[in-house]
Design a protein around this ligand. Structure first.
Ligand SMILES: *Cc1c(COP(=O)(O)O)cnc(C)c1O
Length: 240
């Protein structure tokens, strides 16, 4: 199947798209004097069926990102290939139990209450849940995530939880036509993490990952220090 997405990208098959995204990631890393190994691709498979998701994994995807618990549950059960699942959508505390069980990394923690619930559920499963803190760097009202100024206070409380490990930060800026407009926002997330990274945190606060960049701007994300990019449309085509 081929067609033209809203991003104006001519879509080939999924395997070709995966290769092309990996190649563009590599080039962005080299432009920024970074090692291509420092950034991992999270292929965002929300609304994509098991068969097409499997094609992406066969083409070299190792991490799948899902937004909706119910949809993901069914897919994870049916999925046959080994792959790591990341939860990238907004998470309500009452669903933490399932998300902790099914996912290796939760990108979207934005409150102490949610972290506390995640820790409790992880303890029941005898595990530590890896999470990122979602930060709203643009200050735009409609987006989830904490304000940059709240980060230290939140980490200060989360470090008391025994079964949560904070691995870094995530941001989801508003959509811009020109990817260059997100650059200052991605830079702000990187600077924020650098600023708080070396405080005397407990060992459960390990600030290393920056999840930033989607189909329209993942190269800018990598140039600004992303270690994880979340790419859906450029791999699977546009969603309904
Ligand atoms: C859907 C989604 C993505 C992927 O967006 P594309 O523009 O399709 O690449 C990335 N991150 C989050 C949080 C999403 O909800």
């Amino acid at each position: 199947m081929s067609g033209v997405t809203s991003l104006g990208v001519l879509m080939g098959n999924i395997a070709d798209n995966v290769r092309s995204v990996h190649e563009r990631m590599r080039e962005a890393a080299l432009r920024a004097d970074r090692s291509p190994e420092e950034t991992r691709l999270v292929a965002v498979s929300k609304t994509v069926d098991v068969e097409r998701t499997t094609e992406a994994v066969e083409a070299g995807v190792t991490i799948l990102g899902e937004n909706y618990l119910q949809e993901a549950q069914g897919k994870i059960e049916q999925f046959e290939l080994p792959v790591s699942w990341h939860f990238i959508g907004h998470l309500q505390s009452k669903k933490a139990k399932f998300v902790v069980r099914l996912f290796d990394l939760i990108h979207s923690v934005d409150s102490f209450n949610l972290a506390q619930e995640i820790s409790k559920r992880a303890a029941n499963l005898d595990k530590t849940a890896d999470v990122l803190i979602q930060v709203n760097v643009s200050g735009e009202a409609s987006k989830f995530g904490i304000a940059p100024g709240q980060l230290e206070a939140l980490l200060d409380r989360i470090q008391t939880l025994e079964n949560v490990c904070v691995r870094g930060l995530m941001t989801m800026p508003p959509y811009f036509d020109q990817p260059e407009r997100v650059r200052p926002l991605f830079a702000r997330l990187r600077e924020l993490m650098a600023r708080v990274k070396d405080r005397n945190w407990s060992p459960t606060i390990r600030l290393e990952e920056l999840s930033m960049g989607m189909s329209g701007d993942f190269e800018v994300g990598i140039e600004e220090g992303a270690t994880l990019v979340r790419v859906g449309t450029s791999i699977f085509g546009s969603r309904q």
